[in-house]
Design a protein around this ligand. Structure first.
Ligand SMILES: [Zn+2]
Length: 178
């Protein structure tokens, strides 16, 4: 049984996670909501809980009689939603597993890139320089252009992390903001 399946099929484990999340929301909710990355984190937690509950209901023996294809389609949809919920919390390894179960190769590749970037946080993930000098019509010295541009800020429950994408090779790097 995969880790995901064991989470979905273990009500006690889900209840513990829900209680921890409710506690965090109660303690920090007001403050968290002031920052877009942290508001997204809270949304991700709610998404995770809701989706796990729905997946659990689908896999229960008393699941409503759905056709096999409909059940399969719904399950894939829920796994994709679960992956979004994890990603919104900066839980990229979990998001990789959920998007794999949701057969979403494109998202999975992006979550893998972000997971790897967080593992080597504050280090550029490619060899390109931070800046390049482009020709300028008004300045003989040219102008400096940043090679890595920020694509998103994500809160992981402890840190706000900025993700940067290299304009030369698309590699994703991560930096700690706060
Ligand atoms: Zn690069």
């Amino acid at each position: 049984m995969s880790t995901l399946e064991s989470i979905i099929n273990d009500p006690e484990r889900r209840a513990t996670a829900a209680a921890q999340q409710a506690k965090l929301r109660a303690e920090l909710g007001h403050r968290l909501a002031q920052n877009p990355a942290q508001a997204q984190f809270l949304w991700g937690q709610a998404r995770e809980q809701q989706t796990l509950d729905q997946l659990s209901a689908l896999t229960a023996e008393d699941a409503p009689e759905m056709g096999e294809a409909a059940l399969r389609g719904r399950t894939i949809e829920l796994y994709r939603q679960l992956a979004e919920g994890y990603a919104a919390q900066g839980r990229y390894a979990d998001a990789v597993a959920a998007s794999e179960a949701g057969q979403d190769g494109e998202r999975r590749a992006e979550y893998e890139a972000r997971r790897d970037a967080v593992e080597s946080i504050s280090q550029a993930r490619c060899e390109h320089p931070a800046e390049v000098v482009e020709p300028s019509p008004t300045d003989a010295k040219g102008f400096k252009r940043k090679v890595r541009t920020e694509i998103e800020r994500v809160y992981d429950g402890g840190r706000v992390i900025a993700f940067l994408r290299c304009s030369e090779c698309r590699a994703v790097s991560a930096e700690i903001v706060t």
